[in-house]
Design a binder for this molecule. Sequence first.
Ligand SMILES: Cc1cc2nc3c(=O)[nH]c(=O)nc-3n(C[C@H](O)[C@H](O)[C@H](O)COP(=O)(O)OP(=O)(O)OC[C@H]3O[C@@H](n4cnc5c(N)ncnc54)[C@H](O)[C@@H]3O)c2cc1C
Length: 390
Amino acid sequence: MSVRADVRAWLAENWQPDGELSRFREAALDSGWLVPTWSEKWFGKGLSTADAEAVGEEFERVGAPGRADRNDLHARVIYELGSDELRATYLRDLLAGNVTGCLLYSEPGAGSDLASVRTSAVREGDEWRVNGQKVWTSGAKQAGYGLLVARTDSSVPKHQGITYFVIPMKQPGIEVRPITQITGDAHFNEVFLTDAWVDDAHRLGEVNAGWRMLMMALGYERSVMGVRGVGSRASNGKYRASGVTFVGTADDLIGLARRHGKLDDAATVAALADVYAARTAVRLNTARYAEEGRAADPAALSMGKLAMSQVLHSTSRVRRDIVGAAALLDERTEPPGDAEVANFFTLDAYFTSIGGGTDQIQRNIISERILGLPKEEDRSKNVPFSEVRK
Ligand SMILES: Cc1cc2nc3c(=O)[nH]c(=O)nc-3n(C[C@H](O)[C@H](O)[C@H](O)COP(=O)(O)OP(=O)(O)OC[C@H]3O[C@@H](n4cnc5c(N)ncnc54)[C@H](O)[C@@H]3O)c2cc1C
């Protein structure tokens, strides 16, 4: 039997749209279908990218959550970059949804220029003492652990003195303060680390080699955003329950236009076609890179993410135009009506334009790596970090 037939048969037996999600995740995890490209030792089936695509398509076809090997950023970082000890500690709980993670990267003085992080980790025996502040940390309130970049050597240039850790969040030295966003959600947070501790065994990669780890982890993040490009609320239960799928399909917008009597309006139809064409181009471009074995190419990931950011803005513009002036109001109706959804997506489109590296930074990467334009000058690059002006 082909992989597609196999997974189809398994889904027919195990997926119930109204069933308990946690039970389904456990079953998918035990069957290997949740992370099809991973090794059998770590919950997978060792499938090729092409076969895993078929698995993902079958999960999507029935509306089941799948491809955690690609879509679950925290689990993927630990699987790809972590030791067997870390994999054994975290992977099962993460994949089953028993614990969540967060990304402790950005700081008040280090966003686009992430190599300027000042949060310090100082080794004391088998542990590291961590002090500093992070900001815009999505999901920190609920997270069981955080992927942390910290300065471990200030006597060398900024990229060379960073180490990457997995830090337990539930400890006295970590305080999380929610930040309310323009959408009304409080999805991200400030995180204050004051004499927090992380075990040396929770280090990802070598001491001071964190920049390379971080680049790989950011690549995984951009690939998720480039493929799916769904904002926070779009991917949670409330919006799924209200039938807003929003992932790579025009059905949702066509349905919206039909409901608002706009399907015979030539301008709306042209806008719908544009959005659909752009989405399809992003999907095919990503698939082409994957087929050429260049899925991890940083320039490809930046193109995918930038394109998806533009698609999300243009899609929300179309959505807004269809709904009309009511889309300007943020009424928080339950269940959310068309106007509320349009309002939310307009604001939430900035998620993909800023999170994971801004559009401008993606353009810099594309211009340098694809177009071969001169690299941006960075005067602090070769100076010991302790001598960089604050
Ligand atoms: C929804 C959301 C979720 C997020 N989640 C997380 C998270 O979980 N963890 C985390 O660590 N961070 C998170 N972030 C933070 C995000 O990664 C940063 O906001 C982003 O990298 C930009 O950094 P900054 O805010 O410091 O802006 P800055 O770096 O100060 O940039 C300000 C402006 O200047 C532009 N700019 C800066 N440098 C350049 C340059 N060299 N060339 C051209 N233009 C430039 C930027 O594009 C931007 O428009 C999240 C952000 C958002 C919006």
